[in-house]
Design a protein around this ligand. Sequence first.
Ligand code: ATP
Ligand code: MG
Length: 424
Amino acid sequence: MAELIQPVRGMNDILPDEEALWALVESAVAELFERYGYRRIRTPVLEKTELFRRSIGELTDIVEKEMYTFQDRNGDSLTMRPEATASIVRACLSNGLLHNQQRKLWCSGPMFRHEKPQRGRYRQFHQINIEALGHAEPEVDAELIVISARLWEKLGVRMVLEMNSLGTPESRTNYKRALVDYFGKRRSDLDADSIRRLERNPMRILDSKNPAMRELVAEAPVLADYLDSESRDHFECVKTLLSDVDVGFTVNPRLVRGLDYYTRTVFEWISDALGAQSAVCSGGRYDGLVSQLGGNETPCVGWALGVERVIDLMRVSGWDGGDTGPDVYVVAVGSEARRKCFSTAERLRARVPDLTLVMGRPGGFKAQLRRADKSGARYALIVGDDELAAGKLSVKPLREDGAQQLVDFDELVTRLGREVGTTQ
Ligand code: ATP
Ligand code: MG
């Protein structure tokens, strides 16, 4: 036998049995975002490498170690997107969507990061992003956070919200100096990554995943002591608005986020039910990014959630697969009956548009009925010699008591239409 081809490490197949939860998350998100006036955008999976270098930042884990970057046949350096915000901003600029306009957008799709695969951490994973571009007002930071809180309610999961303000790049200058001073004095305790980041990007040290760095980070100066007054007011306003609508949060002065483009508000939704990968959804304000990518100064805010982690959390919270069988499973014995059923099934699908109807494989009556039951279907639609002779069909309830009944086609349409909703 030929050798089996293995999947790429850290890249998962999402199988039909998992589909119900994925579909549920996707439809909940689409409905909710539309209600708040956010419109969907889809961008390519591949972008010029330069886009991510310039936006996420050279000295970040993503750009230094995690990107899938390669040269295409023209010798251009391309990267499989590790996140979506940079692509969305690029798409807005490429298509002139920000000319004197605000945009409220969302998108969804696979992201790629070469990380060590483990629970909740994959090399292809899926994010849902929501972004408000051209909005400076703290109401929009609060609106986006409220939307995420409403999504958790819809999905029946619980998490805690941590927030911080990173201030403006200018206000961070003094803070960075204090960090360089603090970590510089403890240089011998720093790991190699942190030493490299010490001079050019000391805030990254605070975001280190290395447990050995934790104590050192815990004692470091906090940004809140260096915040400019406008950022402080902005943050106070976001907090007040959240309190007004009963969205709880804690301020975590150590929260800095792993991408360089954030300013002012940053936040993370965290669960303690997911093991080491506790961050489910994270985001913040990125007022400098659009101009960094060649556009005009445009204040923006947004967040991204990891779909795999949300679904993991839904399972932990008691959701089962949510998978149900079809409405109808067709059992037909004999070639004439099978031929008849093929066209009957098409007519039924046309008359009852929401109906899910599965044609079973050929076989003996008992074997087919067993398969019908195993499929989880609500009804078996049976056609054999008797039905053919009578010009009728038999319906047998599979999930509740009730006798098998001989009905004609119109009766069947009425009955199934009543069960599943619409009829045409
Ligand atoms: P982490 O701290 O867990 O590495 P992150 O800060 O790198 O997360 P973001 O870049 O903010 O994550 O991405 C937003 C969300 O995407 C995360 O909160 C998480 O739910 C999800 N996510 C990030 N990386 C992965 C991954 N490798 N596999 C699965 N989900 C991921
Ligand atoms: Mg990460």
